[in-house]
Ligand binder design. Structure first.
Ligand SMILES: [Zn+2]
Length: 145
């Protein structure tokens, strides 16, 4: 486990999520990302701020290789991101699940540069500028999801 304290914000990064769903707000991003290209270079993260616990995922840059155990102590280039469901493509109107980086936390917010961002809508392949969906990762949502 890694713990980083940034002012009044505490960030805990774990090998696997050990927090029961009822104790935190937000979906477990690591579970959503399992099986995607992000799965191998992300770990569950918890942000504690003013008595609240928020689920995030810590994402290492593309060049990083993570082992199965504890997260590596080197946080160079690591960003924190949240899973947001229900974004609608402005071109095709279909919905996606987005992995959105948190830029507001000091330290982590400065680490966005080594990350590649999603380029196209996963449904219609429209460029993200036209689709108005800027995120690290865009996953298609089924209409009934
Ligand atoms: Zn689209």
């Amino acid at each position: 486990m890694l713990k980083v304290v940034l002012g009044e914000v505490e960030v805990v990064i774990e090998a696997v999520s050990t927090v029961p769903d009822a104790a935190v707000s937000g979906e477990d991003p690591a579970a959503v990302l399992a099986g995607t290209e992000f799965g191998a270079r992300c770990r569950p993260a918890l942000v504690r701020w003013r008595g609240r616990s928020l689920r995030y995922v810590a994402v290492w840059p593309e060049r990083a290789v993570l082992g199965p155990a504890d997260p590596p102590p080197d946080l160079a280039g690591v960003v924190l991101a949240q899973v947001v469901r229900g974004w609608r493509c402005r071109v095709c109107g279909r919905r996606v699940t987005a992995v959105v980086p948190e830029g507001a936390l000091p330290f982590f917010g400065g680490n966005l540069k080594p990350h590649r961002w999603a380029a196209n809508c996963p449904h219609c392949a429209a460029h993200v500028d036209r689709a108005r969906m800027h995120a690290l990762c865009l996953l298609p949502e089924r209409p009934d999801a």
